[in-house]
Design a protein around this ligand. Structure first.
Ligand code: SAM
Ligand code: SF4
Length: 456
C-alpha cells in the first residue's frame, strides 16, 4: 500500500516493505501499520531489497500459512547476509501472537515480534529495539487501546482506492474447536459506532465508494448507536448508508448464530447493502457441527438461508467448508454435499482440516487420513466450482451495476465489481475509476465476466 511521507525530511526516509498473509483483516491491519509508520517518517517500498524494515503480517489459521512464514524468514536471512545491510525484520499478526519467543528461537534473524493488537505501538517497539539491540517481543491483547490510538485524528489524508475495508469488530468468544482465532485475536470487541462513521466519512472524502465492514464475527458487532440506542450490525449498516457519496456496503465474515432479524431485514430494505453474503457453515453434518461447537444444525442453517433469500431473492451466497474434521465419516461428508446441493453457492472457500496447536480438535484421536481429506476436498470443490460457474453463467444477458476499481490489462479497459462481487471487464470509454456504470454481461470466464456499457 502506498505510504507517503508527511513532510519533506532532511535525510532520506526509512523504507518499509509489508508482506500480508491471510485474511482481509490482515490487509486492513497492514494498511494501518503503514499509516502508523508513516507518522514516524517511513515510506513504503514495493522492493524488498530496498527496505530498511520488512514486516511479515502473518496468518495462523492453517498449518501451511505458518510454514510459509518460516520459509520466507529463511529467504530474508540470506538476503540480509548477502546485502550486508542493516535490515530490520519483524513478524506481526497471528503467528507472532501464537508463537511469540519461539519465532526468535527458530529464526534469530527476527528483530521484532508483535501480535495483531499491538501494532499501534510499532514506533515505540522500534525505539526499544534500537536502544537495546535485543529482539523485542510484544504479544499482549489490549484491543481497546489499539483502537483508541488508531481512532485518534490523523494529521494526514487517507489515500485509498475506491473500495476499502474498515474493521468494526475484532476477536471471537465462540471457540469453535478447530480454530485459533479466539487465542490469537483475543476476546470479542466492537468499535464504537461514532468512530466507524467518522472513518467512513473520511474514506469517502478520500474517494472511497464501497466499504466492506470486517470482523472475525462481524455480525456479532454491537454498540451504543446515535441517540443512545443499542445497535446491532443492521442498524450500523443503515447509518452508514446515510453517508453521502458512499454507494456500496458489504460485511464479512458472519456467523450463522448472529444473523439477527434486523440484519436479515437490512438485506431487503437497504439498497446500498450489496446482495452478497459470506456465511460459513463448515459442515452439513449435525454430528460434526456439534463437535465443532458451531451451535446450530444443518437444518437451521438451511432455514436461515431461506429467510435471507426471502428478504433478498437474488442474494449470492458464499461459505467456508472444512473437510476431514476429526471423526468425519463418509456419511458426514455426504451430508455436507447434500447441504451444498440444497443451498447452492455463488462462491465458496473449502479447506482440509488442519490441526492447530492448543485447539481442542487437534488432540482428538480420530484424525482423518490425509488421502481421505484430499479426495473429499476434490469432490466438494468440483461441485462448488460447478455451482459458481452456473451462477456466473446465469448473469449472461443481464444488466448489472459495476463499480470501476482498477485498470485492466488492455488499453482503455477497466475492471470493476458487480453487486455479486464478480470481477467485470469492460471498455470504459470516458468513464474513470470510481464511476458506477450499467453493464450488459456478454460472456463469462472461470473467474470474471465481460460486458459492454449501456445507458443508465
Ligand atoms: N468466524 C468465521 C466463522 O465462524 O465462520 C471464520 C473465520 S476463520 C478466520 C476463516 C475460515 O478458516 C473458517 O471459516 C474455516 O473454514 C477456516 N479454518 C479455521 N480454522 C481451520 C482449521 N483448523 N483447519 C482448516 N480450516 C480452518
Ligand atoms: Fe474461529 Fe469463526 Fe469459530 Fe470464532 S466463530 S472460533 S473465528 S471459526
Amino acid at each position: 500500500m502506498p505510504v507517503t511521507p508527511q513532510e519533506t525530511p532532511s535525510v532520506a526516509p526509512s523504507k518499509v516493505f509489508i508482506k500480508t498473509y491471510g485474511c482481509q483483516m490482515n490487509v486492513y491491519d497492514s494498511e494501518r501499520m503503514g499509516e502508523v509508520l508513516n507518522e514516524s517518517g517511513y515510506v513504503s517500498t514495493e522492493t524488498l531489497e530496498d527496505a530498511d524494515l520488512v514486516i511479515l503480517n502473518t496468518c495462523h489459521i492453517r498449518e501451511k500459512a505458518a510454514e510459509k512464514v518460516y520459509s520466507e524468514l529463511g529467504r530474508l536471512r540470506k538476503l540480509k547476509s548477502r546485502s550486508g545491510r542493516d535490515m530490520k525484520i519483524a513478524v506481526a499478526g497471528c503467528v507472532a501472537q501464537a508463537e511469540g519467543e519461539e519465532i526468535v528461537r527458530r529464526a534469530p534473524v527476527v528483530d521484532l515480534v508483535f501480535g495483531p493488537q499491538t501494532y499501534h505501538r510499532l514506533p515505540d517497539l522500534l525505539d526499544r529495539h534500537r536502544d537495546t539491540g535485543a529482539a523485542v517481543i510484544e504479544t499482549e491483547l489490549p484491543v481497546d487501546e489499539k483502537f483508541a490510538v488508531l481512532d485518534a485524528p490523523s494529521t494526514k489524508p487517507v489515500k485509498r482506492g475506491v473500495a476499502a475495508f474498515v474493521t468494526v469488530q475484532e476477536g471471537c468468544d465462540k471457540f469453535c474447536t478447530f480454530c485459533v482465532v479466539p487465542y490469537t485475536r483475543g476476546a470479542e470487541f466492537s468499535r464504537p459506532a461514532d468512530r466507524i462513521l467518522a472513518e467512513a466519512r473520511k474514506l469517502v472524502d478520500a474517494g472511497v465508494r464501497e466499504i466492506t465492514l470486517l470482523g472475525q464475527n462481524v455480525n456479532a458487532w454491537h454498540g451504543s448507536g446515535l441517540a443512545g440506542h443499542d445497535w446491532t450490525l443492521g442498524h450500523l449498516l443503515d447509518a452508514l448508508s446515510d453517508v453521502d457519496g458512499l454507494e456500496r456496503l458489504r460485511y464479512t465474515t458472519s456467523h450463522p448464530r448472529d444473523m439477527d432479524d434486523d440484519l436479515i431485514a437490512a438485506h431487503g430494505a437497504n439498497p446500498k447493502l450489496m446482495p452478497y453474503l459470506h456465511l460459513p457453515v463448515q459442515s452439513g453434518s449435525d454430528t460434526i457441527l456439534k463437535a465443532m461447537n458451531r451451535k446450530h444444525t444443518a437444518a437451521e442453517y438451511i432455514e436461515l438461508v431461506r429467510r435471507i433469500r426471502d428478504a433478498r431473492p437474488d442474494i449470492a451466497m458464499s461459505s467456508d467448508f472444512i473437510v476431514g474434521f476429526p471423526g468425519e465419516t463418509d456419511a458426514d461428508f455426504a451430508a455436507t454435499m447434500d447441504l451444498v446441493a440444497q443451498v447452492t453457492y455463488a462462491q465458496a472457500f473449502s479447506f482440509k482440516y488442519s490441526p492447530r496447536p492448543g485447539t481442542p480438535a487437534s488432540t482428538e484421536a480420530a484424525q482423518v487420513p490425509e488421502d481421505v481429506k484430499t479426495q473429499r476436498l476434490a469432490d466438494l470443490q468440483a461441485v462448488l466450482g460447478k455451482q459458481q460457474a452456473a451462477f456466473n453463467a446465469a448473469c449472461t444477458g443481464r444488466v448489472l451495476d459495476v463499480l470501476l476499481e482498477k485498470p485492466g490489462r488492455q488499453k482503455g479497459q477497466l475492471i470493476g465489481r458487480s453487486p455479486y462481487l464478480q470481477s467485470v471487464y469492460i471498455d470504459a470509454g470516458d468513464h474513470v475509476i470510481g464511476d458506477t456504470v450499467r453493464v450488459a454481461i456478454e460472456s463469462v470466464g472461470p473467474n470474471s465476466l465481460t460486458g459492454h456499457m449501456v445507458e443508465a
